[in-house]
Design a protein around this ligand. Structure first.
Ligand SMILES: NC(=O)c1ccc[n+]([C@@H]2O[C@H](COP(=O)([O-])OP(=O)(O)OC[C@H]3O[C@@H](n4cnc5c(N)ncnc54)[C@H](OP(=O)(O)O)[C@@H]3O)[C@@H](O)[C@H]2O)c1
Length: 300
């Protein structure tokens, strides 16, 4: 059994793996952790479907990826676009060995609405929920398909009770970090409910926390804090990871044979981690699933 830790990189956790013949879809693969995840899976031989907000962005990312990479447009706030992206994947007619829901935004300072709902809930959670549902048959068609939801330790910032079902519009108050936490908790609850639904089948679903990495995710924090980040980062070296380290847990959970049977887990630093209790609330996971189905019913 290989042992990796918070310092391991995506290349290290996949060293020696031959992913030839496997197909992986990575959302938000045009930047940061997603781009590194896509790069390393392709380096190991996988055919990577590189999903970006636009086809141009996805094409540019593919140019930086060695091996077989196919660009896909997938703007998660646009449910028609998500459905179209899934249709394109299904048209390829190949099983999906790895479905990595990585794209995300963090804490816009003011309330923004998409389809009348708070933006992070839509982009981080609902868009991925729809994508996963439309690609579930392709994952089930793989010999041992793995779904990885990129969550965050910030799930602990979620409001009391976890998901504020009575405030998905933000009209009862908006706190940027709490809504980010809620969306990241939602990612993990989806993995948990998926794992329950996939029980008895070879497919798995897990959630990961990549660590703290200075990427474009900080785009919404004040400009002066962004400028300070590269200086503060080295001072907090024990806490801040590099992007190759940030992609390691995702790649490990998505591809390493040691965790092939793991499902319903929350991992960080390439190991099982302890989440907030609310992430283990099966009733909450089931309720979120039902409510999310209701919200995207027309596109399912
Ligand atoms: N960095 C950290 O410290 C950290 C910690 C914990 C969890 N995470 C999670 O890790 C994931 C990757 O973050 P990162 O740090 O790599 O950030 P990043 O560099 O900003 O990458 C985010 C990716 O998601 C894409 N994206 C954002 N909104 C989207 C939308 N509506 N539709 C489609 N794609 C969208 C971005 O595309 P554009 O660039 O075109 O907008 C980009 O490709 C996120 O889910 C984040 O919550 C990050």
């Amino acid at each position: 059994m290989a042992v990796f830790n918070k310092n391991s990189t995506a290349e290290e956790v996949t060293a020696g793996l031959d992913l030839a013949g496997r197909t992986a879809l990575v959302t938000g693969a045009t930047s940061g952790i997603g781009l590194e995840t896509a790069r390393v899976l392709a380096l190991r031989g996988a055919h990577v479907l590189v999903a970006g907000r636009t086809l141009d962005k996805a094409r540019a990312a593919c140019a930086a990826i060695p091996g077989r990479a196919t660009p896909l447009a997938c703007e998660l706030e646009d449910f028609d676009g998500v459905a179209e992206c899934a249709a394109r994947v299904n048209q390829l007619g190949v099983p999906l060995d790895m479905l990595i829901c990585n794209a995300g935004i963090m804490a816009p300072p003011t309330l923004q609405l998409v389809r009348g709902l708070e933006k992070q809930f839509v982009a981080n959670h609902l868009g991925h929920f729809l994508l996963v549902n439309r690609l579930l048959d392709a994952v089930r068609a793989a010999p041992a398909g793995r779904i990885v939801m990129v969550s965050s330790s910030a799930h602990k910032w979620a409001p009391p009770g976890g998901i504020a079902f009575n405030n998905l519009t933000g009209d009862k108050g908006y706190e940027p970090r709490a809504f980010y936490g809620q969306s990241k908790l939602a990612n993990a609850l989806v993995a948990r409910e998926l794992a329950r639904r996939l029980r008895g089948r070879p497919a798995t679903a897990n959630a990961v926390h990549p660590g703290l990495i200075i990427t474009n995710i900080i785009r919404y924090i004040p400009r002066w804090q962004q400028l300070l980040a590269p200086m503060v980062g080295p001072l907090l070296r024990s806490r801040i990871k590099t992007t190759p380290q940030g992609a390691a847990t995702t790649c490990y959970v998505a591809a390493h044979p040691d965790v092939a049977a793991a499902s319903g887990r929350y991992s960080a630093d390439c190991a099982v981690a302890t989440p907030a209790k609310v992430m283990e609330d099966d009733a909450l996971a089931a309720r979120l699933w039902t409510e999310s189905e209701r919200l995207v019913r027309s596109w399912l």
